[in-house]
Design a protein around this ligand. Structure first.
Ligand code: NAD
Length: 294
């Protein structure tokens, strides 16, 4: 069994991007810029946003945080997005979700300039992904693709079973893996909460991707020998021995399932750290396209 080390891979990717950013800066005098728009005080969102900004700074990208009061109107927010759509200093725009209830998230995402949609959530980006056109890929599933590639895990003709059908993980990863291209070309099954018996499907998986949000949903008896496990879930469970009183675990019963698997991502330290690395990748891509420089 081999551990897929997302923390190490993410650090490698960010180092590669840092070198590219330095070279592009020498060539053009410009650096990629990412603006992050955070509305309200959601503590989890603040943690995510801070780590995104830290990554930008370490890589040498220009980063700005627009921290807005939860009472901002939809109209004002749309105006701000439009301002950054036209600001040449910023090549990527990220609106941290969720937004307060009085704001229509879809409207805000659709207002983002397609060329700056580094989160890959715009419906046109998603549509292009589905039909196999070049586009910004949403960061968590893109990170999974990168892990499979860097660990040289064959996907062509393999049966990938995805558990979970969310718009940010389940659906996009299924669409990426089914494409007729290198690093994909898999036979994909998507399972969700309406599946009467998950194990019928999971037992057939060569590669199992769990993106549900239920601690230890996937147990040893549900997988076959040699399976590759990608665990996207992040769940808090009580742990009295820990200072904080809890620990993070995935959707997969790691200790037991790892005995049967050929590769497995841990939680934490697997898929999680890849999201930011791919956000940086997308921001660099936006910069190269908008500035017409490579
Ligand atoms: P979501 O809540 O939007 O969707 C969960 C999906 O699981 C749904 O499609 C539902 O149909 C399915 N589901 C629920 N119960 C099920 C069951 N018993 N059997 C089969 N399917 C079932 O979730 P999400 O946003 O995709 O997130 C999933 C997990 O991944 C969460 O734990 C989340 O924290 C984590 N996550 C991690 C990252 C990261 O590491 N960067 C990013 C996004 C999400």
């Amino acid at each position: 069994m081999q551990i897929i080390d997302g923390k190490k891979t993410s650090a490698e990717i960010r180092e590669e991007i840092k070198v590219k950013v330095e070279k592009l800066k020498e060539k053009s005098g410009k650096v990629p810029g990412l603006v992050t728009i955070l509305v309200g005080e959601d503590p989890a969102s603040q943690v995510y946003v801070n780590s995104k900004i830290k990554a930008c700074v370490e890589i040498g990208m220009h980063s700005k945080l627009e921290k807005l009061d939860a009472s901002i109107s939809e109209e004002e927010l749309l105006r701000l997005v439009n301002q950054y759509n036209n600001d040449p200093l910023f090549h990527g725009i990220l609106v941290q979700l969720p937004l307060p209830k009085h704001i229509d998230e879809d409207k805000v995402i659709e207002a983002i300039n397609l060329n700056k949609d580094v989160d890959g959530f715009h419906p046109s980006s998603v549509g292009k992904l589905v039909i196999g056109k070049d586009t910004f890929k949403s960061c968590t599933p893109f990170g999974i693709m990168e892990l499979l590639k860097r660990y040289k895990i064959e996907t062509k003709g393999k049966h990938v079973v995805v558990v979970g059908r969310s718009n940010i993980v389940g659906k996009p990863i299924a669409n990426m893996l089914v494409q007729k291209e290198e690093g994909a070309n898999a036979v994909v099954t998507v399972c969700h909460s309406a599946a009467p018996d998950l194990s019928i499907f999971t037992k057939q998986a060569d590669i199992l991707i769990a993106a549900v949000g239920r601690a230890h949903l996937i147990t040893k008896d549900m997988v076959k020998d040699g399976v590759v496990i990608i665990d996207v879930g992040i769940n808090r469970i009580d742990a009295r021995e820990k200072k904080k009183g809890y620990k993070l675990v995935g959707d997969v019963d790691f200790d037991n399932v790892s005995e049967k698997s050929s590769f497995i991502t841990p939680v934490p330290g697997g898929v999680g750290p890849m999201t930011i690395a791919m956000l940086m990748t997308n921001t660099l891509k936006a910069f190269s396209k908008l500035e017409n420089i490579n």
